[in-house]
Design a protein around this ligand. Structure first.
Ligand code: ADP
Ligand code: MG
Ligand code: ZN
Length: 465
């Protein structure tokens, strides 16, 4: 029996707001433990939350970039549970009316464009951090992260294989960075994901029971977890066993999943509307304002770079992963159509100079005034001294000599001084010309335009016959 795999991802992303979601404590990583805490984010009696507008805007921006509908009337819910990292014993979250719904992200799976549908994006607040490894018999708690704004991006179970999962995760990370809502530093826990995996008989319309693995903090672990789970489930089914919906924990050290609990039901959390925060009304004017702030997104760029500018996939992605370089490339191709060499030079020799001056150097190469290998040096000279392309050529003595009269003079002198080599060439020793060209270059300190020199030297030798 063959099986199809279905994967749904829930990506948790910390928003890069200055302050936390419901209080004015600093939202920052790496401060000393429990420094950024107040009665609101530690759930002291009587403390009242107030909503961070910036977080709402950033969630809307993410929704728009992911082609979602924005909910004009939304609100927050309380999700009730106890865990030592959650001093309030409830998390302010969204259950009934998520701020964004029904979007998609396009990815490329072996040259085929695939839309991964986004079910919803909702708010959450982050919890504190438990530190287990400092002492054998103690757990320490740092509440700095309590109340840091999070969005959770939930996909439909549209992802069909490992490659699509990778493309989706990489794609979403790049998009979040492009729109500036998160730094996405995985090592600081700014991006985490839950993976849901099910398998079903090949071609079946009915999804299998799914397994959820929570809070995986690296993409490579997420991919390993998916591979492991899909394989485990297929083996179970082949043995004739059934898959029951469960929540499992990914053990990244032993690289296997272990049972945490049978899957919880949402009713277990006793969701209800958060009574301390007013409803959120989002009018269309604000939505269109935020829409205008969204830059060209990575996937659109990828299509333009590979289709319109004919860049290789690797070159396109190398540029796109670095937004600054990619923005620069876009400016250059508006004024110069040597797409390949521009991308190549930006990838290998990027310098902070204007696109206009950058393109001037590219033109110098095309005109044969400088050699390709000098470009890096010229950029550095321009950047270091803040000077124009042609001044940099002067400074570096790289101005190539194209003057045919001058070149002719040098050739003639060299031919006179090397009669033997000229004789050899005429007698059929064709490589003697290489020696003569070398002599011309030595005389001109390497500045002669090699193409012109090459074509002229044959003519002059032949004329001299
Ligand atoms: P819950 O809130 O109970 O976790 P959701 O319906 O919000 O359930 O789904 C959570 C995630 O699980 C989504 O990413 C969804 O795509 C995924 N998912 C749901 N059913 C399946 C399935 N049968 N196989 C794989 N993933 C699934
Ligand atoms: Mg879930
Ligand atoms: Zn606080």
């Amino acid at each position: 029996m063959e099986y199809d795999i279905r994967i749904g991802l829930e990506v948790h992303c910390e928003l890069n707001t200055k302050s936390k979601m419901f209080c004015s404590c600093k939202n920052s990583f790496g401060d000393s433990p429990n420094e950024n805490c107040c009665p609101v984010c530690t759930g002291l009696p009587g403390a009242l939350p107030s909503l961070n507008k910036e977080a709402v805007k950033k969630a809307i921006k993410t929704g728009l970039a992911l082609n979602c509908q924005i909910n004009n009337n939304t609100y927050l819910d309380r999700k009730n549970y106890f865990y030592p990292d959650l001093p309030k014993a409830y998390q302010i979250s969204q259950f009934y009316e998520p701020i964004c719904q029904n979007g998609y992200l396009e990815i490329l799976d072996n040259d085929i464009i695939k839309k991964i549908r986004i079910k919803e994006i909702h708010f959450e607040e982050d919890a504190g951090k438990l530190i287990h490894d400092r002492y054998d018999d103690l757990t320490l708690i740092d509440y700095n992260r309590c109340g840091v704004p999070l969005i959770e991006i939930v996909t439909m179970p549209d992802i069909e294989n490992i490659n699509q999962a990778k493309e989706f995760l990489d794609g979403i990370k790049l998009l979040l960075k492009y729109i500036g809502v998160s730094e996405c530093k995985m090592e600081q826990g700014m991006l985490r994901c839950d993976v849901n995996v099910s398998v079903m008989e090949k071609g079946s319309e009915t999804l299998g029971n799914r397994l959820e693995m929570k809070n995986i903090n690296s993409f490579s672990a997420a991919i390993k977890a998916i591979e492991y789970e899909a394989k485990r489930q297929i083996e179970e089914l082949r043995k004739g066993n059934k898959i029951i919906s469960q929540t499992r924990k990914w053990d990244s050290i032993n690289e296997k999943s272990v049972l945490m609990r049978d899957k919880e039901e949402s009713a277990d959390y006793r969701f209800f509307k958060e009574p301390d925060i007013p409803f959120i009304e989002i009018d269309d004017k604000i939505i269109s304002e935020i829409k205008r702030e969204i830059p060209i997104l990575p996937f659109e760029r990828f299509l333009t770079y590979t289709k319109k500018y004919n860049l290789s996939k690797d070159d396109a992605m190398t540029l796109i992963r670095d937004k600054e370089k990619s923005d620069f490339f876009d400016k250059c191709v508006l004024i110069n159509n040597n797409y390949k060499i521009i991308s190549n030079k930006i990838i290998n020799d990027f310098a902070k100079i204007s696109p206009e001056e950058f393109c001037r150097v590219i033109d110098f190469v095309n005109e044969g005034r400088i050699s390709n290998s000098s470009v890096g040096k010229i950029f550095q000279e321009m950047e270091k001294n803040n000077i124009s392309a042609s001044d940099a050529l002067d400074n570096l003595g790289l101005n190539q000599i194209n003057d045919e009269n001058y070149i002719e003079e040098i050739i003639k002198t060299v031919l006179e001084e090397n009669e033997k080599a000229v004789e050899d060439f005429k007698n059929g020793k064709k490589n003697a010309v290489g020696f003569l060209i070398g002599q011309c270059m030595i005389k001109s300190k390497g500045k002669l335009n090699p193409q012109i020199l090459n074509s002229m030297i044959y003519k002059i030798i032949e004329k001299g016959e």
